[in-house]
Design a protein around this ligand. Structure first.
Ligand SMILES: O=C(NC1CCCCC1)[C@H]([C@@H]1CCCCO1)n1c(-c2ccc(Cl)cc2)nc2cc(F)c(Cl)cc21
Length: 233
């Protein structure tokens, strides 16, 4: 039976990541807004682009707090942010969707999102992902570490020094692995399931540009930042 113990240094690393994650959380009010009123496809699209734009800004701030990130090659820093922004947005959306809500609220939220203007064909993969994240009942340390691990994916397009990124990602993976063993002792496969979600997240990457351009409305307007980050317009 492996005696798992998180070292002082690993606890310190986890604290830096969780503090940064909590400082840079997107306001949960997008869920509240969607629960309050029904919006037109145009209003929903505008809400999404506004939320996604501010989430990218928040993601940059969070990433700057990842120990060692700012010492990476500058082009690689951009490549990591550009390569992970969409996944970080879906991961954050899944975490917002999975948060504990009063009875019946999640169903209303799901209904509102299903009717928000997104094409039917993307609902299944998107909600399958949201529900698989929900089933994990992640604690905030796991959410924060998983977001940092997603950003520090070495094999993003155009990353030159992949080894440097691996050297930053590995300690995060090790802390998360230990945390999973300590947090879910009855479930030895929990860590593997968590990493499996990152594979599912990459498949949503493929759909996102089409999800946006097929939004049931004319004339899809994006902010300049989203044009940079998303492969749209
Ligand atoms: O704003 C959203 N997500 C933000 C993004 C930044 C981080 C915080 C959450 C969108 C909403 C969906 C309805 C129409 C308005 O947009 N959204 C998406 C979503 C994201 C990408 C695409 Cl292409 C389609 C849908 N899934 C969501 C799950 C949820 F629980 C909630 Cl509350 C909102 C969610």
């Amino acid at each position: 039976k492996e005696k798992v113990e998180i070292t002082k240094a690993q606890r310190a690393l986890m604290k830096v990541i969780v503090d940064a994650y909590n400082r840079h959380k997107i306001p949960q009010d997008v869920a509240k807004k969607l629960l309050q009123d029904q919006y037109s496809a145009e209003e929903n699209f505008l809400l999404l682009t506004e939320m996604a734009t501010s989430q990218v800004q928040v993601l940059v701030e969070f990433t700057k707090n990842i120990p060692g990130f700012l010492s990476l090659n500058h082009e690689d820093q951009i490549a990591l942010l550009k390569g992970s922004a969409v996944e970080a947005m879906f991961l954050r959306s899944a975490q917002v969707f999975s948060q504990k809500m009063p009875n019946g609220h999640t169903e209303v939220l799901e209904e509102r999102i299903r009717k928000s203007g997104i094409s039917e064909e993307f609902m299944t993969p998107m909600f399958n992902f949201y529900k698989s994240i929900g089933e994990l009942h992640m604690i905030e340390e796991e959410q924060a570490l998983l977001t940092a691990i997603t950003i520090l994916t070495p094999d993003r397009p155009f990353v030159k020094d992949q080894q440097a990124v691996e050297r930053l990602q590995e300690p995060m993976l090790e802390v998360l692995r230990k945390l999973c063993v300590l947090q879910h002792p009855q479930e030895p496969q929990y860590f593997a399931r968590l990493l499996g979600r990152l594979t599912e997240l990459r498949t949503l990457n493929h759909y996102h540009a089409e999800m946006l351009t097929s939004w049931r409305m004319n004339d899809h307007k994006f902010t300049p930042l989203l044009c940079e980050i998303w492969d749209v317009q």
